[in-house]
Design a protein around this ligand. Structure first.
Ligand SMILES: C[S@@+](CC[C@H](N)C(=O)[O-])C[C@H]1O[C@@H](n2cnc3c(N)ncnc32)[C@H](O)[C@@H]1O
Length: 344
């Protein structure tokens, strides 16, 4: 298959037709797009953190936009920059090189933030930001298999050095478990039908690439876009969340927050779908621990939404850590988890 041949896909608008940027025969990436990620709500995130002379952790550094905002906002702010994706870390390293040793990069899932901080000699920080989900370059690189618009392997891992791919997950789980994943993580009502169709394609040897996966979904539910959303959107989201353990990661991070944000420290979290936002809202609503800096979640301006479609689904919640009441039992233990999060 040649470099840029366009494929006709049922139900896909012409301007979003698939591009071949991955060769199925060789597994090689033919044309990897440059790492360009438009930072969502950069100014509101930075302003919620109100950077001062101190240490901030950006647990999803990605292309480095929020970290850069923090570093530019105060000359004595330092940033610990985490990401689980090597390509993201490489891009962030390049973008943030001018800040020298004010930035420390760590490859790690943010569920291990306590360990990552400990390795940097820190137990607490002055602020934390998280910009959840995937970046545009991850979606745009066909070889990562995250997009139903581009043909690539059914991979979907953010960290390609470990863990099972989405195809391996589909192969391993039962029809019922696959349907549950699609139902819970994709909030997809037609999950049973879709799971059966995906499994059928697998057993017929027809499930190799992301476009095969989309075809199996369309076979189950038809090509019609509901509410402007492609029929494959929810299932792709569900598989990606499952493969990367995204909600478990988020719950672990949220449980660690009270132990790692110093009193008066701030957190700012951008979420992109209701499953994430629900968890963030719940974690920050404890008034013994947090003073909200956003009464309602902040959304992008119309202007930003028009310029960057990804910003349209973003919700920003921010809070300040308040002083513990005398005798409160929430000193962090070795796990760095708040007792409430530990289930005590
Ligand atoms: C939306 S992008 C961040 C973009 C960044 N704020 C910017 O302005 O360029 C999300 C990043 O978080 C990373 N990520 C998502 N989940 C993660 C996790 N559990 N642990 C570490 N990194 C994660 C992804 O690899 C991706 O690079």
């Amino acid at each position: 298959m040649s470099g840029q041949a366009q494929l006709a896909l049922p139900g896909l608008a012409a301007e979003t037709a698939a591009e071949w940027v991955w060769s199925e025969e060789t597994g090689e990436e033919i044309d990897v797009p440059a790492f360009v990620h438009e930072t969502v709500m950069r100014a509101p995130v930075v302003s919620a953190l109100a950077p001062a002379a101190g240490v901030y952790v950006d647990v999803t550094v990605g292309g480095g936009g929020h970290a850069e905002g923090i570093l530019e906002a105060h000359p004595e702010a330092r940033v610990i920059a985490l990401d689980r994706d090597d390509a993201a870390l490489a891009a962030a390293r390049e973008r943030l090189a001018r800040f020298g040793d004010r930035v420390t990069f760590v490859k790690t899932p943010f569920g291990d933030v306590v360990k990552a901080l400990a390795a940097a000699g820190l137990s607490e920080v002055d602020g934390l930001c998280a910009d959840l989900g995937v970046s545009s370059p991850q979606l745009d690189d066909a070889a990562r298999g995250m997009s139903f618009r581009r043909e690539g392997p059914i991979d979907m891992r953010m960290d390609r050095s470990e863990g099972e791919t989405a195809l391996e997950l589909v192969e391993r789980v039962s029809d019922d478990d696959l349907a549950d994943i699609i139902f819970h993580y994709g909030e997809e009502k037609r999950s049973r039908r879709i799971a059966r169709s995906i499994k059928r394609a697998l057993s017929e040897g027809q499930l190799v690439t992301t476009l095969d996966l989309r075809r199996a979904i369309v076979r189950a539910v038809g090509p019609v876009r509901v509410g402007g959303v492609d029929p494959a959107t929810r299932t792709f989201q569900a598989l990606r969340i499952a493969v990367n353990g995204e909600l478990d990661q988020l719950e672990t991070l949220l449980g660690a927050l009270p132990g790692i944000i110093r009193v008066q420290g701030r957190v700012a979290i951008l979420s992109f779908h209701s499953l994430e936002d629900r968890l963030v809202k719940r974690a920050l609503q404890d008034r013994d621990l947090w003073e909200p800096l956003t009464k309602k979640p902040v959304v992008a301006t119309e202007e930003e939404g028009a310029a960057n479609p990804r910003a349209r689904s973003a919700k920003l919640r921010a809070a300040r850590r308040i002083a513990p009441v005398a005798g409160a039992p929430w000193a962090a233990d070795a796990s760095g988890m708040h007792p409430k999060a530990r289930g005590r």
